[in-house]
Every structure is written in C-alpha cells, then in structure tokens.
Design a protein around this ligand. Structure first.
Ligand SMILES: NC(=O)c1ccc[n+]([C@@H]2O[C@H](COP(=O)([O-])OP(=O)(O)OC[C@H]3O[C@@H](n4cnc5c(N)ncnc54)[C@H](O)[C@@H]3O)[C@@H](O)[C@H]2O)c1
Length: 369
C-alpha cells in the first residue's frame, strides 16, 4: 500500500511514519517543509528502506497532484499549529491550513487516479466551548467568553453561566455531532480544512476520516504547542503563568495513542465520511497538569521545583472547558487511550533531558572549533 503523509516530518507525522515503517507492506512518502524529520526518535534505524521524504510546499498544486497520483491513502497533517500563536499570524495560518487543504481538495477532485482514503488531522478546538449541563435547563452550550466575568465580593466565577437561566453549569462530554463553534484563528482554519475536505472527498468519491485530537503531548513536539513550551519554561527555572484561576480543564493524549488511532483509521473499512474525537478521557485542570509536569521536570532533570503562578488574567475567547466524547471511536474502532498521563509526561521529560544534552554537546563542539 502506498501512503502519503503530508506533514509527516512533524511531531505526530514522524511518530506515525515510524510506526508504519515498522509494519510490513507499506511504501511511505512524507511531505514536509524541509527534508529533515523534526526528530528521528520515532523512526526505526532502517527507515530509509520504505520511507521517501519530499520537501515542498502544501500550496504547490503540481507537487500535490503528483504526490496523490501515486498514493492509495493520504494522511493530511500539514498545518501551522497552536491556538495562542494563530491570532498573531492570521494570514500565515490561513495560507498553510486553509490554502493547503484547498490545494489537496482540488488535486483529489481533478486527479484521474482514485485515492482510497484520506485521513485528516483535526482538533477539538473546532468546538470552542463544549457541552454543559444545567440542573434546571438540561444540556446547554454556552458561547465563548469575550468579557472577563465580574468580581463579586472579591471573588470571580470563571465558569460560564447557563445561557438560559444564568445559573451554574458543569461540563459534560461533547460528541462529534455538536455544532462547531470554535472562533480562534486556529479553530477557524481547522473547521475550514474539515469543510473543504468533506465536500470535495464526497465529490471525488474518496472516503474521509476526520480525527479531532485533544491536546497531544510527547517527544518531538513543536514549541508552538503548549506542553513542549511548558517543559522548556520549567526546565529554564521559570514559573509558568496560568490565566484565570488555573482550573480550566483540558484532555491530554499521548502521541503514541494518537498514532494507534491513526493505524485503526487506516484499517477502517469506510465508504463515506466519518468524524472521531480522539481523546484520552484524562481531563485535568491546567493547574494540576502544570504541577504534574513541573514535578516530572524536577525529578528527571534535577532542576529546582517550580510552582506555577495563577495570574487571574483573562484572555478573551479562551475555552474554559471542552470535554469531547470518546464514545464513538471506542465503539467503532475499539480505540481506548492506553498511556497513563503521569508516565507519558515523565517520558517526555526524559526526552527533553536528552535533547538538552545533545544541544549542549553541539554548543561545546562549536565553541571548541
Ligand atoms: N499537536 C497537537 O496537540 C495537535 C492537537 C490537535 C490537532 N493537531 C493537528 O495534527 C497535525 C499535526 O500536528 P503536529 O503537532 O505534528 O504539527 P508539527 O508542527 O509538528 O508538524 C507540522 C508539519 O507540517 C509541515 N508543514 C508546515 N507548513 C507546511 C507547508 N506550507 N508545506 C509543507 N509542509 C508544511 C511541517 O514541515 C511539519 O512536517 C496538524 O494538522 C495539527 O493541526 C495537533
């Protein structure tokens, strides 16, 4: 089977490339901005036997047409990533994420060769604020918060109120059929990627699997991602700044679990379009998560233990809670995340230690030459 992985030199892509290179029977082509993998740890030593790396731009229509003309399955992973950074580089995110998906969509529609399946990496960012339950009104969906909540008697309740009765609400799992209400630039571009590929895969008769990941962590992550940036901040002895009260929640999933979900999607017998939330179910408040990461960095790198700083600052449109529902992927693909959060974080800290060691050696080499 011939597989094309756009963005295959990146964080998730390189782990997937390694997993496929270990399985027999695949010819793998990887498209990245450069010919180099961001990190080689996920790859087996003999990867060059089955993997070809192409450097190019996802907006190069001729190149993408040529690549998909020789592919049975396409994993589309190219993206500019990171919610926070996206607001500062709107044109760049739109060009890479929406432009790239448009280029792939047009190539799929125009190509005479029929690709058998496309698997798109999307994100739970597409939902914005997730589903909640109100004791009085039942299931509700609050809007994103653009204004900081008021201080009442010196206290702030950061949780959004019920959009109907203004009472207290609690997050509940958000299924794939929920309206996509994400409004960060990143979310807008991931939503557009989904729309472009859903419409055009249907037109071209190509089955499509849309995988909406929660926050992915693991070795080799781009620093635009929160976990990687956080580890480096902690390793440098700086206290991470947490917005609001630090009790906003997120789901964290290990890259090895994400790769397993990709392999299941590859083997999945599908004839149209299917969406999956890919989550671990291990929700954690930001404060708990950062504290856990801080302890792991302290244990593994033997650096001083750093305590996060809760700032009470509000960033308009930040999602307070989104617990996306992993029930569908469990039922249809028998997928369940296996990596324990604590163990996954420690493994990432061990990798960071190795990265820093290599970085120091290189600096010493340059200084000595
Ligand atoms: N990492 C996460 O937490 C997370 C969460 C949800 C969804 N996702 C999605 O998963 C996918 C992979 O994310 P990642 O964390 O591995 O990202 P990454 O930044 O590590 O990798 C991105 C890849 O895209 C390539 N690329 C970027 N711009 C390009 C261009 N113009 N032309 C050609 N190649 C280009 C890079 O070379 C790299 O190989 C993305 O679609 C992302 O939106 C990631």
């Amino acid at each position: 089977m011939k597989i094309l992985i756009t963005g295959g030199t990146g964080f998730i892509g390189s782990h997937l490339t390694g997993a496929l290179a270990r399985r027999a029977g695949y010819q793998i082509r990887v498209l990245g901005r450069a010919k180099k993998f961001k990190h080689p740890f996920g790859l087996p030593p003999d990867w060059e036997r089955t993997v070809e790396v192409c450097a190019g731009d996802i907006n190069d229509f001729d190149l993408i047409s040529e690549l998909i003309a020789d592919a049975d399955v396409v994993f589309h992973k190219v993206a500019s990533v990171g919610v926070a950074a996206s607001g500062q580089s709107i044109r760049h995110y739109v060009q890479t994420n929406i432009g790239g998906a448009a280029c792939l969509a047009e190539a799929l529609v125009k190509c005479k060769h029929r690709v058998k399946k496309v698997i798109l990496d999307s994100s739970i960012a597409v939902y914005g604020e997730g589903n909640y339950k109100c004791a009085r009104c039942g299931e509700v969906r609050p809007e994103l918060r653009y204004k900081a909540p008021p201080h009442i008697d010196g206290k702030v309740n950061w949780d959004p109120p019920c959009p109907r009765c203004n009472g207290a609400i609690a997050p509940i799992p958000t299924p794939e059929v929920a309206e996509r209400k994400g409004e960060s630039i990143y979310a807008i571009t991931k939503n557009s990627q989904e729309d472009l590929l859903v419409a055009n895969c249907k037109r071209a008769g190509v089955p499509l699997v849309v995988m909406r990941y929660s926050s992915v962590y693991g070795a080799g992550q781009s620093e635009a991602n929160y976990c990687a940036e956080l580890m480096r901040t902690l390793a440098g002895g700086k206290s991470p700044m947490l917005n609001e009260d630090g009790l906003q929640t997120r789901d964290y999933i290990s890259v090895s679990d994400v790769v397993r979900s990709n392999l299941l999607a590859l083997d999945f017998d599908l004839h149209d379009v299917c969406h999956f939330n890919v989550v671990s179910g291990q929700h954690s408040s930001l404060l708990d998560f950062v504290t856990q990461v801080s302890e792991a960095v302290h244990d593994v790198l033997a650096t001083p233990l750093v305590t996060p700083t809760v700032t009470g600052r509000f960033n308009p449109a930040d999602v307070r809670h989104c617990h996306s529902d992993g029930g569908k992927i469990a039922k249809v693909l028998s997928f369940r995340a296996e990596t324990d959060l604590q163990e996954g974080i420690s493994a990432m800290a061990r990798q960071l230690k190795e990265d820093l060691r290599l970085q120091d050696n290189k600096a010493a080499e340059i200084a000595g030459s």
